[in-house]
Design a protein around this ligand. Structure first.
Ligand SMILES: [Zn+2]
Length: 447
C-alpha cells in the first residue's frame, strides 16, 4: 500500500487543530492515517512526499449546487445536454478550483448516465433529481429539448432508490424566470426577432420591467420597459408590447407550474427521506418559506440570488434559519464576469449576519466564480473567518446532505483522503488536489 505524506503544511479544520502550523498529513489506502507535527522528510522512507511547506491544507471542497457536471439534460428545464467534452471540462474546472465532490442538480440525469460521468472523471459526481410530475411539466413547457424518454421515466423516487442524495434543483432560473431566462431564453428570442444581441444584464432589465423581481404580470411597468429597450439599443426595433409578449411568453407558461413543483417535490423528498434543494429567489421565496415550515430538510439554494434586495434577502434567510433550513449561498459570477450579479455586497452581508451554512457555485451561465476565490475575498474583507468559511464548503455540506460525501469534508484520521493544498495568500491558487488518496492535481494542473 503506497503511503503519501502531505509534508509541512498548515492545516485548517474547524474542529481539529484550528490552524495547525507545520503538520504532516499521512495518507495510505485512500484514508488519512495520522496528522503529526512535521518531521524530516527522511523519516518517511519510501513514502511519496508532497511538499506543502508554507501552504494551506484543507479538505476537498463539496459543492452542492452545480450544473453541466453530468452527461444528460442540462438544468431543471431539461435543456439539451452539453457535449461530453464540455461536461468533462466543467469537472476539470471544479477540480482545479479545489472541488472533490459535486452534486449535479440538473435534475433529469439518469443514474446510468451519472455513473458514466463519475467513471470518466476523478471528481466524485453525485446525483440529485427534480423529476416530480409538476417539475417535469414545467421543464417540458419551458424547454425540455434534452429530455429523452429515459429521462422522463427516471422519476425522483426511482432516482432516490438508485442513489440520488437529494431532490433538486427544484425550480430554477429557467422555469421560474430567473437567471436562465435572462442569459439564455430572452436574449435568444430578442436576437431572433431583431438581430440584436443583448447582454444578460440588459435582458434582466427587460424582464424586471415587464414582470418585476417577484415575477407577476401585474408588475408591468411601461416606462421601465421603454427605458430598458433604450438602454439595450432596442428602441425602434422592438415595441413595448412585443417586449411584454416575448418576456411573458417565455416565463409565465411554466411559472405557476414550477412554483407548485416546489411544494410537490418537498413532500416527495420528505417521504423519500432526502433533503430538498430549492431555487431560492425573489420569485420563489413565499413557497420556499412554506416548505421551511414543514419537516423536510430544506437546502435554500443561492440565498444571495441577485433578484433579492439586500434587506429582503437577509430577513428571508433569517426566517428560513429559524425554521431549521440550511441557508446556502452561491458564488455566482460575483467577482469575475458579473454578467448578472453586480458585486459581493449581499454575499458579504449574509456572512456578516452569520446566516450562511453552505457555499456552492451554481452555474452563472458557465461563468461561476471559484468557491475559494469568494472565500479569499470574504476573509480578507473580514466578514467571515477562514475556518468557518472552509467548513461552509466542506463539513457543513457533508452534514447538510448526508449522502453527498460520507467520510469526507474533514481532515482527521480515518477520513477519506480528499485534500487540497493551496496558497494562503491567494486561496484560489490551488496547487495540489488529492481524491481518495490519489494525487490528481499537482502544480495546479491535472496529472
Ligand atoms: Zn437556481
Amino acid at each position: 500500500m503506497t503511503t503519501t505524506v502531505l509534508h509541512g503544511g498548515d492545516l485548517v479544520d474547524r474542529h481539529g487543530v484550528e490552524v495547525g502550523v507545520g503538520v504532516d498529513v499521512v495518507v495510505s489506502g485512500g484514508t488519512i492515517r495520522e496528522i503529526v507535527p512535521t518531521r524530516p522528510a527522511g523519516d518517511y522512507g519510501t513514502a511519496e512526499l508532497v511538499d506543502a511547506t508554507g501552504k494551506l491544507v484543507i479538505p476537498g471542497l463539496i459543492n452542492n449546487h452545480t450544473h453541466g457536471t453530468a452527461f444528460g439534460p442540462l438544468f431543471p428545464s431539461g435543456h439539451e445536454g452539453l457535449p461530453h467534452e464540455q461536461v468533462l471540462a466543467n469537472l476539470d474546472r471544479h477540480l482545479l478550483e479545489g472541488t472533490t465532490t459535486v452534486l449535479c442538480v440538473d435534475g433529469f440525469v439518469t443514474a446510468e448516465a451519472l455513473a458514466r460521468t463519475d467513471d470518466a472523471h476523478p471528481v466524485t459526481v453525485k446525483l440529485a433529481s427534480c423529476n416530480t410530475p409538476a417539475c417535469l411539466e414545467a421543464a417540458t413547457i419551458a424547454d425540455g429539448g434534452g429530455l429523452a424518454d429515459e429521462n422522463r421515466a427516471f422519476t425522483a423516487q426511482r432516482a432516490v432508490r438508485d442513489g440520488a442524495v437529494a431532490l433538486g434543483e427544484i425550480g430554477a432560473g429557467h422555469t421560474l424566470g430567473g437567471g436562465g431566462a435572462s442569459y439564455m431564453y430572452i436574449p435568444a428570442e430578442v436576437a431572433r426577432r431583431t438581430g440584436v444581441t443583448i447582454t444578460p444584464r440588459q435582458s434582466n432589465a427587460l424582464k424586471v420591467a415587464v414582470l418585476g423581481r417577484h415575477i407577476s404580470a401585474s408588475a408591468f411597468d411601461r416606462d421601465a420597459v421603454e427605458e430598458a429597450l433604450e438602454a439595450a439599443g432596442l428602441a425602434g426595433k422592438l415595441s413595448v408590447e412585443d417586449t411584454r409578449e416575448i418576456v411573458s411568453g417565455i416565463i409565465l407558461p411554466a411559472f405557476d407550474i414550477a412554483l407548485a413543483g416546489l411544494t410537490e417535490a418537498a413532500e416527495e423528498a420528505r417521504v423519500a427521506g432526502v433533503p430538498v434543494l430549492v431555487h431560492n429567489a425573489a420569485a420563489s421565496m413565499t413557497q420556499v418559506a412554506g416548505i421551511a415550515r414543514t419537516d423536510v430538510r430544506l437546502i435554500a439554494g443561492h440565498s444571495n440570488h441577485s433578484s433579492f434586495e439586500l434587506r429582503e434577502a437577509l430577513a428571508h434567510a433569517e426566517r428560513l434559519k429559524e425554521l431549521g433550513a440550511v441557508v446556502d449561498v452561491s458564488t455566482l459570477d460575483t467577482f469575475g464576469a458579473r454578467r448578472l450579479t453586480t458585486g459581493p455586497e449581499l454575499l458579504y452581508a449574509m456572512f456578516e449576519a452569520g446566516l450562511v451554512d453552505t457555499i456552492s457555485t451554481d452555474y452563472a451561465g458557465g461563468h461561476h466564480d471559484a468557491i475559494l476565490l469568494a472565500i479569499d475575498h470574504a476573509t480578507k474583507a473580514g466578514v467571515v473567518t477562514l475556518p468557518d468559511a472552509i467548513a461552509m464548503a466542506t463539513e457543513n455540506v457533508a452534514a447538510a446532505i448526508p449522502g453527498i460525501a460520507p467520510g469526507r469534508g474533514r481532515i482527521v484520521p480515518g477520513a477519506v483522503a480528499d485534500i487540497v493544498v493551496t496558497d494562503p495568500a491567494r486561496l484560489d491558487r490551488v496547487g495540489v488536489v488529492m481524491i481518495g488518496g490519489a494525487v490528481v492535481v499537482r502544480d495546479g494542473r491535472r496529472v
